[in-house]
Write a protein that binds this ligand. Structure first.
Ligand SMILES: [Ca+2]
Length: 562
């Protein structure tokens, strides 16, 4: 059903409800006055004609009690205007994978890993083929998503660890997407990995717009899929898992082919299963009101850990070299199978959520979004083999890089009543765009705050033409300091602006690529297009604002006019 049809069906539904309430009111007043009117002749005539006086009295008494009960129940319901408003606001289910590459899903070209449910979501909705995460690493990417500000204006610009648990907190007055949705009457829940403020700080999810939270507050603790505890709102809950570090090497001399020698890297409670279960409960509990379900899953971030039943689906399919923990995280006897199995199990959980939404009759008024917070891993870290799976698709760059592979992520949007099935859009969009887009889709474009960088692409999702995004800006002080800006098919990149190597001078050279002919960004054409480079340099200068928490000296000096 198209949007207009859906809205008109809702109006019809509501006016039918109005009519029955009015008719019910007529019946009440005619009964009170003892004279039958058009709506209620049958019942009163029946009483007079058939029943003797005592029975008639009893029947009237029973009817009165029944009517009073129904009246009391009706008074508990929201008024019709509130009900209409609530029902016309779509539910939002926003799923963000962790370190999932552009090429890791079947609907984005993956050949080895099975993702049937996400493929179905894409088939029933729209794929965004030029969608960019907020940053090439976790915390700043989520900050962009939550605030609608790109990383040159955002508060969190890199992962900044706080001991003993959590990351640097966003300030209390931060305007976040869930806070805005709360004001519109949404109930909001986050299930998964947070990373924007430790337990008890002003940045924790319950203080940043979420009514409900279940999962990992801290990104470091999320390195272990069998943690000893998770957070249930502001309560720490104990899981049935033994304590062990998520960074270990396989014991020297032990048999790497024996599965028993890996059992100590697992427990009983697999956190993604528990998190998905809580997310489904949230949907059930809130099916009668508009909800925002944010599901930042930890999959497929390291360590490689997956229950045996899922691993069995892939064991033996490919040649494997046991990973012994020599490059970080935990050993695994079949690392390729483990990576694929983690993604397929996540896909299974997404499918269960899709099935539940359908079962509850919410399909037409629920927006699904699936994306990833940054690109896939590099250098076989933690036993991954992103080259084997072609996880970055055709792109150069991996997690931590502003080259396409680090920030261009798979994204699908499904909203059966509004987004046409089976389409794809090549509009350049980024995480900052979700805040205004979702507000507009919720019928509340006027609630979009001033001063954000996000641009709504709701018209694109509705199949309407839209002006291209003027530019998309990224900066990242990590991994030696980087900047990028995209204008049309031009992509400009700077790297090594904050070299970690002592005494190495910052590099300010701009590399320029034409993505129309060079999707893997290997042919630097900066020398041939000085005018384009100059335009890009200006954007790179203008879009950066200095940050006390995340100094970027070469850019800060330029911004201050030095
Ligand atoms: Ca990540």
């Amino acid at each position: 059903m198209r949007s207009a049809d859906f809205q008109s069906a809702l109006r019809m539904e509501t006016s039918a409800g109005e009519r029955s309430r009015q008719e019910f009111g007529n019946l009440l007043s005619s009964h009170d006055q003892g004279r039958p009117e058009a709506g209620a002749p049958f019942r009163l005539r029946l009483g007079r004609a058939v029943l003797s006086a005592p029975f008639r009295g009893l029947l009237i008494c029973l009817l009165s009690c029944g009517l009073l009960c129904i009246c009391a129940l009706l008074s508990l319901l929201p008024s019709s205007s509130q009900a209409t408003e609530a029902i016309t606001k779509p539910n939002i289910i926003f799923i963000v994978a962790d370190d999932l590459g552009y090429g890791d899903l079947g609907c984005f070209g993956q050949k080895k890993i099975r993702t049937p449910n996400l493929d179905r979501m894409a088939k029933e909705g729209m794929r965004l083929t030029q969608h960019y995460s907020g940053s090439p690493v976790c915390a700043p990417s989520r900050c962009v998503l939550m605030t609608g500000k790109h990383p040159g204006h955002g508060f969190i610009r890199d992962n900044k660890e706080i001991k003993p648990e959590g990351q640097l907190s966003i300030p209390p007055d931060t305007v976040t997407l869930p806070k805005l949705l709360q004001r519109l009457g949404y109930v909001t829940g986050a299930f998964g990995k947070w990373g924007l403020g430790g337990p008890g700080t002003e940045g924790e999810p319950l203080k940043q717009g979420f009514d409900r939270f279940y999962g990992y507050n801290c990104q470091r603790q999320a390195h272990n899929y069998y943690p000893t505890n998770l957070w249930d709102n502001d309560r720490r809950v104990t899981l049935n898992n033994p304590p062990f570090s998520a960074h270990q090497k396989f014991p020297a001399g032990a048999d790497a082919a024996d599965p028993k020698n890996y059992e100590k890297y697992a427990g009983k409670d697999y956190s993604p299963d528990l998190i998905a279960e809580q997310a489904r409960r949230f949907i059930r509990d809130n099916q009668a009101r508009p909800f925002f379900l944010f599901l930042p899953t930890t999959v497929p971030h390291l360590a490689l850990q997956v229950p045996e039943d899922s691993l069995a689906e892939y064991l033996g399919q490919w040649p494997e070299q046991p990973y012994l923990g020599t490059n970080g995280y935990l050993p695994h006897r079949a690392p390729r199978a483990a990576y694929a199995a983690m993604i397929t199990r996540m896909d299974r959980e997404v499918g269960r959520i899709m099935d539940l939404v359908k079962e509850l009759g919410l399909d037409e008024r629920t927006i699904f979004v699936f994306a990833s917070d940054n690109g896939p891993l590099y250098d076989k870290l933690g036993g991954t083999d992103c080259e084997f799976f072609q996880s970055a698709g055709p792109f150069n760059g991996r997690k931590g890089s502003v080259y396409e592979g680090g920030v261009r992520v798979p994204c699908t949007v499904r909203w059966k009543s509004t987004v046409a099935a089976g389409g794809a859009s090549d509009r350049v969009t980024g995480f900052e765009d979700w805040l205004p887009t979702l507000l507009e889709l919720a019928g509340a474009a006027q609630s979009t705050p001033q001063g954000i960088d996000g641009l709504s692409f709701a018209p694109t999702l509705r199949g309407h033409p839209q002006e291209p995004r003027p530019f998309l800006y990224r900066e990242f002080p990590g991994y030696d300091g980087q900047q990028s800006v995209r204008v049309g098919n031009w992509k400009a990149v700077r790297q090594k602006m904050l070299p970690r190597k002592k005494d190495a001078p910052p590099q300010m050279d701009i590399h320029l690529y034409d993505l129309a002919t060079d999707i893997s960004e290997t042919n630097d054409v900066a020398a041939q297009h000085p005018d384009v480079v100059a335009r890009m340099e200006r954007l790179m200068r203008e879009q950066h604002t200095p940050s006390k928490e995340f100094p970027f000296p070469v850019l800060d000096r330029a911004a201050q006019g030095d």
